[in-house]
Design a protein around this ligand. Structure first.
Ligand code: NSS
Length: 432
């Protein structure tokens, strides 16, 4: 008797009934007259019991031949069983083999990270990776819901661009017919144009940086969400960031508790992520670091270790504002009382996960922006349109960019960003 096709996550609604599950053999074991096939279908895993006395010889023999990751359609009766993962088990009456898998390279034994990254296309099938993928998916939806519900308009920015946003040393260059183009480092400049059009805008997409750094926080290709608000200041920009980050963390905590538990994430640490977040100036950050024994001097950028030391002083993300003008991007608005610092901020995640947000108030004065382009040795031509925004109804405005992968790494409690994106692009890795 073939049952209705049911996803594992819904088996509870079919107790006692005949159903068909379509999926892959996760693992199996047998003891003579009884075989246990553990089948995963993407929504969950279910243990299937094959009893020698209750199925035909062909079916029992077929079950014995099944290899790890073979694709199957199994039919059986749903039985509730408290000991079973998910609370239900299937007593099989039929097995249809869709594809017999070759010997699978990823086995329950420990594999090195390079091996797993080489087999990333298969590694995605493991339960831990499912958990991360689901959390990432929920996080992205939460980001978009937060902004959509507050009247922000999604305005996509281009990937191929004529201009640098975050310095010229990390640009990926490509031919663009008879000229050059770069892969976008950030959609910010276009988000600013969008904010001048619709008031509150955001872009969300992949961004690219040829960073010659092999750290656990750097990818060559990462996803960034970049809200931008007309008439906003650095202050209101920080208010928005803390609301945004609290919302997405609490939403993931609510909707993805089983996944977080599977990853052995300490949930109380995430529960603490509620406004207000501490805000300290760059000056204070340097003092705190010096007191903690760092040899940082005023004017230097915070290194990864500095960020960890600072973040460890707080139980929720900390915002560091007003960095030295000299170490920041060309577009940042100077503090009117102290032009040696700019009205920007970074947000550092707790527990050593580092900077997840960079943002601030943008220069809205035409002449100052031109002057900065020249001080940063940037050609004016590719930024002509960007300068135009300062010629027609220019207003103070601010925004920020949050890196999805670093945020997922923090929420999931993963040591390295490579597991937070389906197919990581890293220094020396573009396969698979
Ligand atoms: O360089 S940022 O600090 N800021 C910007 O790109 C601004 N133009 C954003 C804006 O104001 N609209 O990068 C922002 C975030 C940073 O905090 C990280 O979370 C992430 O982007 N980021 C990265 N994630 C992974 N790998 C790399 N290489 C990386 N670089 C930045």
């Amino acid at each position: 008797m073939a049952g209705e096709h049911v996803y594992v996550e819904n088996l509870g609604q079919y107790d006692g009934r005949a159903v068909t599950v379509k999926g892959w053999i996760y693992h199996k074991r047998s003891s003579g007259k009884i075989q246990f096939l553990v089948v995963r279908d993407g929504t969950g895993i279910v243990q299937c019991v094959v009893l020698k006395n209750e199925v035909s010889e062909e079916i029992f023999a077929l079950a014995q031949r099944l290899t790890q990751e073979s694709a199957v359609e199994v039919t059986g009766t749903v039985r509730s069983d408290k000991r079973a993962p998910g609370g239900y088990e299937l007593t099989l009456t039929g097995v249809n083999l869709v594809h017999l898998a070759e010997e699978y390279p990823i086995t329950p034994k420990e594999h090195g990270v390079e091996f797993l990254m080489d087999h990333r296309h298969l590694w995605l099938r493991s339960r831990r990776q499912h958990a991360v993928l689901r959390i990432r998916s929920t996080l992205i939806k939460a980001c978009r819901d937060f902004l959509d519900d507050r009247g922000f308009i999604l305005v996509d920015s281009p990937i191929l661009t004529p201009a640098a946003v975050e310095g010229t040393t990390t640009l990926f260059e490509t031919d663009y017919f008879d000229t050059k183009a770069y892969l976008s480092q950030s959609g910010q400049l276009y988000s600013e144009a969008a904010a001048m059009a619709v008031g509150k805008a955001y872009c969300f997409g992949p961004t690219f940086r040829a960073e010659k750094s092999k750290t656990r926080r750097h990818l060559m290709e990462f996803w960034m969400i970049e809200p931008e608000v007309a008439f906003a200041t650095s202050e209101t920009n920080m208010d928005l960031q803390e609301q945004f980050v609290s919302y997405i963390v609490q939403t993931v905590l609510e909707q993805r508790k089983p996944e977080l538990e599977l990853l052995e994430r300490e949930l109380s640490k995430l529960d603490a992520v509620r406004p207000p977040f501490p805000r300290i100036s760059y000056d204070e950050a340097v003092e705190r670091l010096q007191q903690a024994g760092s040899d940082i001097i005023w004017g230097e950028d915070l290194g990864g270790d500095d960020e960890t030391v600072l973040a460890n002083q707080f139980d929720r993300p900390v915002m560091v504002y007003n960095y030295p003008t000299a170490i920041k991007a060309f577009y940042m608005q100077p503090n009117p009382e102290r032009p040696e610092v700019v009205l920007c901020n970074d947000m550092l995640a707790p527990e050593g996960y580092g900077e997840i947000i960079g943002g601030g108030q943008r220069i809205h004065d035409y002449d100052l922006l031109r002057q900065r382009l020249s001080e940063h040795n940037l050609p004016e031509e590719p930024y002509r349109w960007y300068l135009d925004l300062r010629r027609y109804g220019s207003v103070p405005h601010a925004g920020f960019g949050m890196g999805i992968e670093r945020t997922v790494a923090w929420i999931c409690g993963l040591q390295h960003v490579r597991e937070t994106i389906p197919f990581a692009r890293m220094l020396n890795r573009i396969y698979p």
